[in-house]
Design a protein around this ligand. Sequence first.
Ligand code: PEP
Ligand code: MG
Length: 758
Amino acid sequence: MLGTLRRIVQEVNAAPDLPRALQLITGRVKQAMDVDVCSVYLVDSSRDELVLMATEGLNPESVGQVQMAFDRGLAGLVAERAEPVNISDATLHPRYEYFPTTGEERYCAFLGVPIIHHRQVLGVLVVQRSEVYRFGEDEVTFLITVASQLAGGIAHAEASGGIDGLGDHEPGAEAFEHRPLQGLAAAPGVAMGQAVVIYPEADLEAVPDRQARDPVAEEARFDQALVAVREEVESLAARMREQLPVEDLALFDAYRMMLESDSLAGKVIDRIRAGQWAPGALRQTVAEHLQVFEAMEDPYLSERADDIRDLGRRILVHLQQHTPAAPEYPERVVLVGEDIAASHIAEVPPDRLAGLVSMRGSRNSHAAILARAMGIPAVMGLDNLPVGRMDGRDLIADGYTGRVYIAPSDEVRKEFQRLVDEEEELAAGLDHLRDLPAETGDGFRIPLLVNTGLVSDVSASRQSGAEGIGLYRTEFPFMVRERFPGEEEQAEIYRAVLAAFDPRPVTLRTLDVGGDKALPYFPIQEDNPFLGWRGIRITLDHPEIFITQLRAMLRASAGMSNLQLLLPMVSGVAELDDALVLLHRAHRELVDEGLDVGMPKVGVMVEVPSAVYQARELAQRADFLSVGTNDLTQYLLAVDRNNARVADLYDALHPSVLRAMVQIVEGARAHGRPVSVCGEMAGDPAAVMLLVGMGMDSLSTSVSSLPRVKWVIRSITRERATALLAEVLHYEQPGAIRQRLNTEIEALGLGGLIRPGK
Ligand code: PEP
Ligand code: MG
C-alpha cells in the first residue's frame, strides 16, 4: 500500500493544475481501493459550501453542479465534523441527501474523510460502493493517509490559482484573497508588484513557467540545445566504446532515440508554440515522461526515468547558455524564489525592486538583512509557495505580517495602497523626532540604537538619529565570502563602522553562525541545528577563528573608545569565562605588539533559557546584558523561529517570555549592570511599552522601526508603562496581551502604529 500511496502523491503533486490533480486522485484511489466511486469535494470559502470538483463513478456532468452547505448531505457531515464518516448503507442515514444529477442512488456504502490543511477543512474525499458494505479499518486509514498527504498540494494549487476553470467559479483569484499565504515577516513594508521568479541553474525541477517573449526564437534556442546534446551524447558514446561492452553501450542508443523521438522534442516544441518558454516547456515535458516511467512496475523501465531526467538536465544546461542574460524586469519587481540570496537582489535594478518573497530563509537570512538595509519589504519562509507557477503574477507581499496575496482583487489592492499611503504619511510625520531624545514623559532616557550587519547600512543608521549600534551582526561579512575573512580584512570592516559612530557605542557581536546561518565554506550537518553547534559554542571550539575575530575587533578600535563586544548563545558561566580568557589573551597580544588598544566592555546576550536563570551570575562577570528576544522566544516556547508551520505559536508577548525578561532585568540589577533588548521585540511599538515598564536601559532595533519606537517612548511615562506591565503579567494568553497593548496604544493617541494582523 505504501508504494501505491507514494505513487499517487507523487503523481498528484506533479500535476500541472488543480483540475488534473483532482482527476488523478479520483482515478487512482478508485483503482487502488477497488471501489465504484471516488469523488473530491472542495470547500468554497466565499460561500461556505462544498462543491463536487472531480469524480470517477458519478455522472461527470454533475461536477461543479453539486453544491452543499456543511449542514447538508453526508459529505457535508464529514466537513462539519472534520472526521471520517463510514456508513454501510448511506441511503438509510438521516443526513443522506440525493442529488439527482449524480446518479448516486445506486450506491450504498459510503466512506468520506476530510482533507485538512493547517486545521482548516479544504474538502472531502469520498469513496462509495454499490453494495451494503462497511469499509474496514485498513481502508479507512488508507483514505485518511491519502487525504492528509494531498492536503498540502491542494492548498498550493488553490493558492496559485489552480481552482480556476472548474465548476461555476468565477475565473480569477478572488477565492484566495481571504486566504493569503502565510510566511515570516522579514523586512517591514508592503510590496506591490509583479513576480519575477529566480531559480537555481541546471535544476530542471526549479524552472518556472514563463510566457515566451518570442516563441520563434525560443524554438530555435531549443533546437540548438538539442543539437548540442546530440553531439555530447555521440562523443560520450565514442569515448566509452573502448571501455564498455556492447550491451552497455545500448544506453546511448536509448539517449539517441529519446532525442530523436517526437514524444520528447515534438512535445516541447508544441508547448513552445503554445506560448511557454523553452525551459518551462522542457520541464513540463520531462515531468510528463517521468510520470509514465516511474509508474511502471518493471524495474528496468522505471530505471529509464533516470535517463530522461539526465537528458532533460543536459538540454537545460545548453538552453541556459543561450538564455538572454537579464530578464525584462517589470516596473515593480517582487523577486520570488525558493532560496533568494543576496546576489540575486543585486541583479535587479534597485529602482525596480519592490520586494522579496522566498520559500526558505528567515528574518536573519542575509537576503532579509540586505532587504532591511535597502528598505525593501520581504517575506521569507513561505514554505507552501507554488514558485513554479508564480512568474509574472501580480503579488502583494506584506512584510509586516508575512502574508502574501497572489493575484489580489481590486479591493485588497486598494486596502494595501491605503496602508502604504498611511505609512508614508506617518513616516513623514515622524521625521521631526530624529533629533529629539528618546525620553519618557517623566524624564527617563532610553537610548535607541540600531541593529545592522552591513557597512553600507551605516550611513542610513547614522542619519536615523540612532545613538549607536546596539547589535552589529558580524555574520554577514563572513557569509558573503568564500572563506573566513582574515584579521586585516575584518579589522577594516569593523573600523569603518566604529569610525562612523565614534564616540557613540558600537556593539560588535562575535560570530553567531550555526542554526539557520550557514557559511558556504564551513558546512555543518546536524539533525537539530538550533540545538546544536551554534554561536559561541563554535567559536570556543575554534579559538583560531575566535581569536582572529577578537584581534580584528580590538585592532579596529585603536584610537577610539566606543567598541563594545557582545557574546551570542551563552548558556552558562563557563562559556563566558572561557571567552573572557581568550579576549584577554588577544588584548595582551596586541598590546605586546605595540598597539594602543583598550579593553572593551563585554556584554552577554541572554537568549537561551538557561541564561535567564543565571542572569545574575552572568551579570556579575559581564559589563552588560542584552536580551535576544528572537532566540529567547524560540527556545522558551520550543517554536522554530523559521518554521512557517508553527509561526502562529511564535509570540514574544507570550507571558512566559515576559516573565523571563523581568527576571533578566532583576539579575542585571543585582550587580548594577545595564540591560538592553536587541531582538525584534524592541522594534514592536506595542511591546516597547512593556520594555519601558521593565526598566530596560536601552533598546536596539532596525533603522526602519526606530522613529516609531521613539514616538512610543516619548508618548508614555515610565509610571504608566510599569502599571501596564504589572497588569499584563496577570494575563494568561499572548492574544489578550496584544489586545490590551493595542488599546493602550490607541489611548496614547498612537493608533496609527497598529498594523493589520497585529
Ligand atoms: C536574537 O536572537 O534576538 C538576536 C538579536 O540575535 P539573532 O536574531 O541574530 O539570532
Ligand atoms: Mg540570537
